[in-house]
Design a protein around this ligand. Structure first.
Ligand code: KIV
Ligand code: ZN
Length: 518
């Protein structure tokens, strides 16, 4: 048996389904491209039947990604599988992942079916999926709590029906490593055709055991792990990709397994997912937390200075964390910026040099010194700039202080027209938001979450505002960056306005197609 372990990333499906606000097609594509750069073997891009937006995202990702295999999720239903096939068929090779629950609790209380009917549906679904592709994955939902005899029976039937990957999820994160490893071992011992498929696992983290359970499964024969960046996913999340990849790299001599992950891309991918998903990473999170490589105690600091491996089992550089050593100023030329971007792991076509340099000069004028984290933030915001944005901020003036009523005046461009509005609020951000909403006429937008972060260090750090806003019963993300907190907030709100505008347009198109019978 090969020691290669495939990593199947489900950040865009299991991860995304747990977010407060769904990602736009562009944001999902950006994450998919980062996953491809990271070396992920299979990208689960979404659940196409679930919404027109998800269908569009899966289709867009399938048309751009060439190195990783793109996959879509489908219940064991023809209409789900057809939606997957239609969304993915734009790619040369793709995977359809179909699933049905198999535990007694789910079969009796959720599906209200018999085991025989469940098995029958699984077999029919797999055969139907094989009409679209020869790469079909079958998942036995809640396998961790499924009767082992039935699990063996359905796995054997699924392989006979044409499934090439068999996924064993611990859907509710209930099992322990010995127990879960034992399930995988039993499948290898009892299912006669098990060698005809790759055995995969999908572990949730309700008891904090997702990574340990996945590793135990590999030690018992599984060769695909389903995981997400930063471990995001339903409830307590899924097995964290960065943890499993670094376990296999750091302990390769002991374990003997390897993955295709380019570990130096880990930090960058983690930050991108955290920012776009509006999901901060806890400071003490393994591998990608802000403190994962920082040493606080004097004894530790002394040890690391004498020999790094006294307290570091892996280097920050191995996961792509760069020391903020070189600072750049407005006197730094384009070639210096380009050189630094190379050192940070960016290729020339990952960013637009003209725009980056213009933004860099503006920032250098304001801050004096520009650090690596500033450059990374500028690239991120440039990539997320809404180029054909309908709403654009033209002017902002905010006033606040002790014993004065906070006020703000804004001018907002909307397509070809402009509106200027002034408003008051409980603070300058609130006043500016009121002015923006009045100017846009979208007073039915509710801000349900507002987060302020600093990008970088010190009082001159860039301010990043992340918003979740509700509009017509749906939630939208917004993100804004500036040296000024109020401006960062207004940028985030303008981002939200543009996303609501795009969503309204997609809805209108769908409506027109419906009327025209398309
Ligand atoms: O947790 C789970 O069981 C799932 C399946 C759809 C694979 O996410
Ligand atoms: Zn799951």
């Amino acid at each position: 048996m090969s020691n290669q372990v495939l990593l199947f990333d489900t950040t865009l499906r299991d991860g995304e389904q747990a977010l407060a606000a769904s990602l736009t097609v562009k944001e999902k594509l950006q994450i998919a491209m980062a996953l491809e750069r990271l070396g992920v073997d299979i990208i689960e891009a979404g659940f196409p039947v679930s919404s027109p937006g998800d269908f569009e995202s899966v289709r867009t990702i399938a048309s751009h990604i060439t190195q990783s295999r793109v996959c879509g999720l489908a219940r064991a239903l023809e209409k789900d599988i057809d939606a997957c096939g239609q969304a993915l068929s734009i790619a040369e090779q793709f995977r359809i992942h179909t699933f049905i629950a198999t535990s007694e609790i789910h079969v009796n209380d959720k599906l209200r079916m018999s085991n025989d009917d469940v098995l029958d549906m699984a077999v029919k679904a797999i055969k139907h999926a094989r009409k679209y592709t020869d790469d079909v994955e079958f998942s036995s939902e809640d396998a961790g709590r499924t009767d082992i005899d039935f699990l063996c029976r359905i796995v054997e039937a699924a392989i006979n029906a044409g499934a090439t990957t068999i996924n064993i999820p611990d859907t509710v994160g209930y099992t322990t490593p010995t127990e879960f490893g034992g399930i995988i071992k039993t499948l290898f011992n009892r299912v006669p055709n098990i060698d005809k498929a790759i055995v995969s696992v999908h572990c949730h983290n309700d008891l904090g055991l997702a990574v340990a359970n996945s590793l135990a499964a590999v030690e018992n024969g599984a060769r695909q792990i389903e995981c997400t960046i930063n471990g995001i996913g339903e409830r307590a999340g899924n097995c964290a990709l960065e943890e499993i990849a670094m376990i296999m790299k750091t302990r390769e001599a002991l374990l003997g397994y390897h993955t295709n992950i380019k570990t130096t891309e880990i930090s960058r991918t983690s930050k991108l997912v955290s920012q776009l998903c509006n999901m901060p990473v806890q400071a003490n999170k393994a591998i990608v937390g802000a403190n994962a490589f920082s040493h606080s105690s004097g004894i530790h600091q002394d040890g690391v200075l004498k020999a790094q491996n006294t307290y570091e089992i892996m280097t920050p550089e191995s996961v792509g964390i760069n020391k903020n050593s070189l600072n750049l100023t407005s006197r730094s030329g384009r070639h210096v910026i380009k050189h630094r971007m190379h050192e940070l792991g960016y290729k020339d076509n990952d960013y637009d040099m003209d725009r980056l340099y213009a933004d860099f000069l503006q920032l250098a004028d304001k801050k004096g010194q520009v650090f690596d984290y500033d450059l990374e933030a500028l690239v991120f915001f440039d990539q997320n700039k809404q180029e054909q944005a309908f709403y654009k901020l033209q002017y902002l003036h905010a006033n606040s202080g002790h014993n004065i009523v906070p006020t703000a005046t804004v001018t907002l461009k909307m397509g070809e027209i402009e509106a200027t509005e002034a408003a008051t609020g409980v603070g300058p951000v609130d006043a500016a938001f009121n002015a923006i909403l009045n100017a846009s006429g979208l007073t039915n937008i509710d801000i349900v979450d507002f987060k302020l972060d600093s990008k970088g260090e010190g009082a001159d750090a860039l301010a990043q505002v992340s918003l979740i806003a509700e509009y017509k019963g749906r939630k939208f993300n917004g993100i804004g960056l500036a040296t000024d907190i109020v401006e960062a907030g207004v940028n985030a709100l303008t981002y939200v306005l543009n996303n609501t505008y795009l969503a309204d347009q997609i809805d209108q198109q769908k409506q027109q197609q419906k009327i025209a019978g398309i």
